[in-house]
Design a protein around this ligand. Structure first.
Ligand code: HEC
Length: 155
């Protein structure tokens, strides 16, 4: 059985931790950097597919599949720690995240899910030829664009 002293010390350290977490909660710069880096990775991988689709890069089945599968993996990441409450544009520095993300969490999740669906379809066809990329490009771009339209502040 745990001694009373030990239990007391544990509860004190829990309190200290909670206080620390609270003191730091106003600084969302780490979460903002994380979600922007995630978006940059989307851009890098989609950029490869876009360049092949437009003939600006020679088609390469393996590279196309790698880019599409990376998009699937990225879109499947649980993003809950990227979007803390209070980190919208106007509340935190250096972000274009709209308050709508927190006002409409279902819509935002649906937009994340739509990207996963589009990326999964792209991964199934990207290795079959340049037409396989072209076929999925509109849905991919649409999934990125729809979320930006509704949840990202225009510049
Ligand atoms: C579920 C919504 C959502 C989806 C889907 C989405 N984005 Fe974003 N994106 C955002 C939001 C919100 C921001 C603004 C983030 C911020 O500034 O904190 C953003 C920002 C960006 C940025 C700027 C990053 C920076 O450094 O400031 C790029 C580039 C980007 N997105 C690319 C993409 C691409 C490419 C896709 C599709 C493969 C995509 N996004 C899909 C919501 C989304």
């Amino acid at each position: 059985m745990m001694s009373i002293t030990k239990a007391f010390v544990l509860s004190l350290s829990g309190l200290a931790f909670a206080t620390l977490a609270h003191a730091q909660s106003a600084d969302h710069s780490g979460a903002i950097k994380a979600r922007q880096a995630h978006m940059t990775l989307y851009g890098t991988n989609l950029g490869v597919l876009g360049a092949m689709a437009q003939g600006n890069m020679p088609y390469d089945a393996e590279a196309a599949t790698a880019a599409a599968e990376s998009l699937v993996a990225l879109a499947g990441i649980d993003e809950r720690f990227y979007w803390p409450e209070g980190s919208a544009s106007g509340m935190a520095e250096g972000t274009r995240a709209m308050e709508a993300i927190w006002a409409d969490p279902e819509g935002f999740s649906a937009a994340q899910e739509a990207l996963l669906v589009a990326a999964t379809a792209m991964a199934a066809t990207a290795g079959t030829g340049v037409e396989g990329i072209q076929a999925g490009m509109q849905a991919m771009g649409g999934a990125c664009g729809a979320c930006h339209q509704n949840y990202r502040v225009r510049q």
